[in-house]
Design a protein around this ligand. Sequence first.
Ligand code: F6R
Length: 256
Amino acid sequence: MEIIIQPTPEAATTIAARVLARLIREKPAATLGLATGGTMGPLYRELVALKLDWSRLTTFNLDEYVGISPQHPQSYHHFMWENLFRHVNVSITNVNIPDGLAKDVPAACESYERKISSAGGIDLQLLGIGTHGHIGFNEPTSSLASRTRIKTLTPQTLRDNARFFASESEVPHHVITMGIGTILESRHCVLLAFGKKKARAIAEAAEGPITAMHPASALQLHSKVTVVLDEAAASELKMQDYYRWVYEQKPDWQKI
Ligand code: F6R
């Protein structure tokens, strides 16, 4: 796991944008795994400003709330459309987001997995992290081998995400999310986290034991993970000086 610590969320976002932009330029028909949430908005703004060619890219979003329509202002369909897709030349037929209104949820989840496989797997999966360590909406105790499925949100996530809704009672209790097993099959995971409220979750993910109680810790099993943090999110890492030193020592060919 490579951990990159930047002075500010803005500087960290620029690093993540560069990683994505490099992939998009080198592999114009790449398959991207996308995330939503407060952390991702500025990243998508930066990607839009780079005016990259999205015409041959395929995208798969991590998750969607169950029971709200794609037009709902807090649906992840709406988030993606407003923050990214309507600003780039992506082909709408190449955009995939779990269907929160699916009549047959297990069948929709299986079909999502099949589509990811048919697309040749995910080249780069963007990830945020929940304050209790979720990736996607794989809440604590999620199987580390899980696939796309329905999950019930924890009270912690309901509280955390209430800021996007008029009140906590409006946050849907169920979601469809790629599984941890699905995420681990992507070829490169790029996780972003900013702010003190993410510091504990990041320390446990990177330096704690691998456990279903902290789903992001499963990323320790992945061979290519880039974690991009601001100072506050890095503040509880025991090895932070080492990570900074490693980044400063990067040979030119590895520089981002
Ligand atoms: C969203 C997702 C979640 C968020 C996480 C952090 O698609 O999969 O795991 O990345 O909850 O959300 P923010 O960025 O709002 O703190």
